[in-house]
Design a protein around this ligand. Structure first.
Ligand code: HEM
Ligand SMILES: N[C@@H](CC(=O)c1ccccc1NC=O)C(=O)O
Length: 290
């Protein structure tokens, strides 16, 4: 029988649908469940607002979900770098495509945070103390992994030897860009030798010879398809990363204007300076000389 007013079988009290009759498992006393596998209790018990402000829950969950996506981005970036080092560039391209999509996801998430007005944020900003995204070690690890290596950014982590260890270990490894250029050299492209033997813990500096090597790739893609595809994946990733930085600075201006940051920087002027960071500068310069 169906509900007389709506005609819908779901609203007939005598006919409530029971999925167990069609085999749905209902007993998890001795079986691994959804929550067991995914550690849902741990995730859902990690929100501890410090104020009674309504929007603090949004703020916390926005950051926590961002950190989860960053965890996956780091996982994929490390695997992509390893694949390039092992001459498995096609696999690396696939992983880099995923990282770009992860950043697209992070970019869309700003639309949720943007619903928070300055009045709403002010209600709990003081409770944040001196904490800030500036202290996100996963964000710093992403920057270090791809090649933006500034040792000054280690200092907020000095109180955590375990994190210092991870960050300094990352600085000792060739970055994603270093590995891409080493692969380029192995493919026979004229990457200058000083690039291949550089101290990888130091920041990258623009190299004209590298721009010329990329130019050879872009002038004849079919002859250098592997390098060409890798180059475009790197550009795509940086494109999405730049959009993340832009979304961040715009949201910050919208919410706190030109106030100093809780992390102690000047706020907007610091974040605007970060907009100038180029991860793979030669890949952008090559466009001008083609
Ligand atoms: C209303 C929201 C937000 C405001 C007002 C804000 C503000 C700021 C400010 C002023 C800084 C500069 C450092 C400082 O002095 O504090 C900063 C840095 C940072 N924030 Fe946010 N932020 C917001 C949301 C987010 C979100 C959702 C994330 C995601 C994880 C995030 C991640 C970061 C990171 C990674 C940095 C360091 C950037 C760098 O060093 O290049 N922020 N933020
Ligand atoms: N830096 C922000 C505070 C902030 O956004 C924040 C604070 C604690 C944890 C994460 C944060 N997100 C990004 O910086 C501010 O100055 O208002």
């Amino acid at each position: 029988m169906t509900d007389k007013t709506t005609g819908c079988p779901a609203h007939d009290p005598g006919k409530a649908y029971d999925p167990s009759k069609e085999g749905a498992q209902m007993d998890f006393k001795a079986r691994m469940s959804y929550g067991d596998y995914l550690g849902i209790d741990a995730i859902l018990s990690a929100q501890h607002p410090l104020s009674t402000a309504h929007d603090e829950m949004l703020f916390i969950i926005q950051h926590q979900t961002s950190e989860l996506w960053m965890k996956l981005a780091l996982y994929e970036l490390s695997a992509a770098r390893q694949a390039i080092a092992g001459d498995h560039t096609a696999e690396a391209s696939k992983m880099l495509a995923r990282v770009a999509r992860i950043f697209e996801q992070l970019n869309s998430a700003w639309d949720v945070l943007r619903t928070m007005t300055p009045s709403e944020y002010t209600a709990f900003r003081d409770d944040l103390g001196q904490s800030s995204g500036f202290q996100s070690w996963q964000y710093r690890l992403i920057e270090y992994a791809v090649g933006n290596r500034n040792k000054a950014m280690l200092r907020p982590h000095e109180h955590r030897p375990d994190l210092m260890e991870r960050l300094t270990a990352e600085l000792a490894r060739p970055s994603l860009y270093d590995e891409a250029l080493r692969r380029l050299a192995r493919l026979g492209l004229p990457v200058p030798p000083e690039v291949l033997t550089r101290d990888v813990s130091e920041p990258w500096t623009v190299n004209e010879g590298v721009t010329e090597a990329w130019a050879q790739v872009y002038r004849d893609p079919s002859a250098h398809w592997e390098a060409y595809e890798l180059a475009e994946k790197l550009v795509d990733f940086e494109d999405y990363f730049r959009r993340w930085r832009f979304n961040h600075v715009t949201t910050v201006e919208r919410v706190i204007g030109f106030k100093r940051g809780t992390g102690g920087t000047a706020g907007i002027s610091y974040l605007r300076r970060m907009l100038e960071v180029e991860l793979f500068p030669e890949l952008w310069r090559v466009r001008t000389i083609l």
